[in-house]
Design a protein around this ligand. Structure first.
Ligand code: TYM
Length: 332
């Protein structure tokens, strides 16, 4: 079986609908045909300020949401990044073959460092993509299913793999990003020109997987649209309505045209009501299952430990090859 790798940051109590549509739905399907590894990247989450107890809780909650959304820990390897020390170890080695300028060209780093200012921008934020490359390369990954915003990081991963292989011999498989074009970017409900994000400024624009159904419905009813009043896909002139149509289509598996037809001559109110029903019906079982899993953290921790052991075997084999290749003297 070909290998698949992907992960998410435990940067909020709940995942948002962009994570669900842009990543989790693909993961769920692809785990049937790939040998899949899914991590909760807690080391990456340290690049933003965290309360320690809250980070632990968010890590468990993220893992619970993976499982609740249909990632099966008996089929896929679902684990916490920091449970496998090889990630941090390989990241160091890869940082020695990454150019300073090359890392500086990552748009996510440029955006975030500009927002934080240079004193609040850590070296960890700068080397974030190198750690991500280590995640992927440790598992001899063939494909990396991600949303649009992670594409540049996967491209860097490919460059680093090729550079390492060229310099030290064939050690890494060179991975391919897999991006579902039509759902690669879900936008904020209040600001449909900005990507929906776990770290958005306003709560009203973000649909959380674990929100109360009434809250979800209310946010959808209040989503920014336009004054035309027609349910029609037009990214340029109607970004709000277009985003809602993409969400509707992704969750129902329907064509956008068929949804447009259904709402011809009806107002946005009807359309939003319809969408709210779709979203709540999709989220409710996931939320219920996540809560059930979180009510028994000891059992969840056991599942994560067993999966980390499986991950550590694969990662350890790659790291050992890397250490040999670069000339580190191995402990006798
Ligand atoms: P993160 O935690 O920001 O997001 C997790 C996944 O969700 C996708 N995503 C979206 N897709 C569509 N529309 C949106 N609005 C939206 N917001 C987020 C992201 O593209 C991603 O696929 N650096 C990564 C985590 C990571 C990783 C990895 C991923 C660490 N190591 C190795 C793949 C492989 C991140 O911050 O994702």
């Amino acid at each position: 079986k070909a290998r698949l790798y992907s992960g998410m940051q435990p940067s909020a109590d709940s995942l948002q609908i962009g994570n669900y549509i842009g990543a989790l739905m693909q993961w769920r399907d692809l785990q049937e045909t790939y040998d899949a590894f899914f991590s909760v990247v807690d080391l990456h989450a340290l690049t933003q300020p965290n309360d320690p107890a809250e980070l632990r809780e968010k890590t468990r909650r993220t893992a619970a949401q993976y499982i609740a959304a249909g990632i099966e820990p008996a089929k896929s390897t679902l684990y916490v990044q920091s449970h496998v020390p090889a990630h941090a170890e390989l990241a160091w080695i890869l940082s020695t073959i990454t150019g300073f300028g090359e890392a500086g060209r990552m748009t996510q780093f440029k955006d975030k460092s500009q927002r934080y200012g240079s004193d609040a921008t850590s070296v960890g934020l700068f080397t974030y993509p190198v750690l991500m490359a280590a995640d992927i390369l440790l598992y001899q990954t063939d494909i990396v299913p991600v949303g649009d915003d992670q594409k540049q990081h996967v491209e860097l991963t490919r460059d680093l793999a090729e550079r390492f292989n060229g310099r030290y011999g064939e050690v890494f498989r060179v991975p391919m990003p897999v991006i579902q074009q039509d759902t690669a970017r879900i936008f904020d409900l209040q600001n449909p020109l900005a990507k929906m994000s776990k770290s958005a400024e306003s709560e009203a624009g973000v649909l959380w997987l674990l929100d109360d159904p009434a809250v979800t419905a209310k946010k959808i009813m209040r989503a920014v649209t336009d004054s035309e009043g027609a349910v029609r896909y037009d990214r340029e002139n109607k970004p709000g309505v277009s985003n809602l149509l993409v969400v509707y289509a992704a969750l129902t598996g329907r064509q956008i045209a068929s949804i447009e037809d259904e709402y011809v001559g009806r107002g946005y109110g009807d359309f939003k009501k319809g969408l709210a029903e779709v979203v709540v019906a999709e989220f409710e079982p996931v939320r219920a299952r996540a809560m059930e899993l979180l009510s028994d953290p000891a059992e969840l921790d056991r599942v994560l430990a067993a999966n980390a052991a499986r991950a550590a075997e694969v990662a350890g084999a790659t790291l050992s090859k890397v250490y040999d290749s670069v000339g580190l003297l191995r402990r006798a």
